[in-house]
Ligand binder design. Structure first.
Ligand code: AMP
Length: 198
């Protein structure tokens, strides 16, 4: 099973991505986590992107696509499945990701769209800010991240709908209800064994 997640910050993509990964026995590739790990380890990449993360801005597409390509290569060497949480986040990333995935025979089966309104997202993120102390969970940066989502990432929903792989889920409900719907929808779309795609 190969899944990409399109979701605004605070919609629960980390939680749901983890559950999907456990259910299907596939790696959970969370780009935000990977980037925060680089920042924490003070790698060259980490130092070059720290400011973007702190300001709630996207890191450059070319940096991101290197990270995604490596994740696809690792996933291919493993079970062949993945749940990609946090990318693509721009149309350019979606197109570049499509080309990389096609080259590797790793095209997504499903684009999962978690839907929630800004008011609820803001409430959740501010609650999380008290618990997790992420540098980008302040009210000002959250507003910025929501704006970036609407402008840069949300248009991908229409693109995946055109490709016929979009699965929208109402993420305004408690996490268990959301995950039940997600797993039922994904199970129904599980590729058949031996299914050959480009
Ligand atoms: P997340 O944990 O998914 O909310 O991501 C946290 C931050 O990491 C974002 O606000 C961006 O600065 C950066 N980031 C994560 N994924 C991407 C991506 N695909 N493209 C650009 N920036 C990203």
């Amino acid at each position: 099973m190969r899944v990409v997640m399109i979701a605004p910050p605070g919609a629960g993509k980390g939680t749901q991505g983890g559950l999907i990964a456990a259910h299907f026995g596939i790696p959970h590739v969370a780009t935000g986590e990977l980037l925060r790990d680089h920042v924490a380890r003070r790698t060259d990449l980490g130092r070059s992107i720290e400011g973007h993360l702190d300001r709630g801005e996207l890191v450059p597409d070319d940096v991101m696509m290197d990270v995604v390509r490596m994740a696809f290569v690792d996933a291919k060497a493993g079970s062949g499945g993945y749940v990609l949480d946090g990318a693509p986040r721009t149309m350019d990333q979606a197109r570049a990701g499509y080309v990389i995935a096609r080259e590797l025979g790793m095209l997504a089966d499903v684009a999962l769209h978690l839907r929630a309104d800004d008011h609820e997202l803001m409430r959740r993120l501010l609650a999380r800010a008290d618990l997790e102390h992420r540098s980008d969970d302040t009210e000002r940066v959250i507003r910025k991240r929501l704006k970036v989502y609407h402008r840069m990432t949300h248009p991908l929903v229409a693109w995946y709908a055109q490709r016929g792989i979009l699965v929208p889920v109402d993420a305004m409900r408690p996490a268990e209800q959301v995950s039940r719907d997600i797993l039922a929808a994904l199970d129904a779309r599980r590729p058949l064994v031996g299914d050959v795609r480009e």
